[in-house]
Design a binder for this molecule. Structure first.
Ligand code: ZN
Length: 120
């Protein structure tokens, strides 16, 4: 990695790197660089802006847990809501199928957008 300077997670202090990836060289000669720490925190060097951006948050922090709890609660509500719909069972099954394999952890989470009051 040439441009990524972050060597530890700003939230939990983890320094163990899980993976690194360098891809898509920009016309300015710099590369898109990604570094993921074991705690889930992921940083991306964006050559277009010549700066680092958070790509994924630390999974050890209380905000991450709070957001995941809400996502799981939303899926529970959705299940109950669909069960009560006045519609045939085949259609209900199709609706359930749409989110059945969706894991809340695999959908990008931007904690700064979700909880802006925590980052003032
Ligand atoms: Zn962390």
């Amino acid at each position: 990695m040439n441009d990524i300077k972050t060597t530890k997670c700003p939230s939990c202090g983890c320094t163990d790197v899980k993976s690194e990836l360098k891809e898509n060289q920009h016309v300015n000669g710099h590369w898109n660089e990604h570094r993921e720490f074991k705690c889930g925190f992921k940083i991306h060097f964006v050559p277009n802006f010549m700066s680092e951006r958070e790509e994924d948050p630390c999974e050890k922090g209380p905000l991450y847990k709070k957001a995941m709890d809400r996502r799981y609660a939303a899926i529970n509500k959705l299940e109950k809501y669909i069960a009560r719909l006045d519609v045939d069972d085949n259609f209900k099954e199709r609706l359930e199928h749409e989110y059945k394999y969706l894991s809340p952890e695999y959908v990008h989470l931007d904690l700064k957008k979700t909880y802006p009051e925590e980052f003032v």
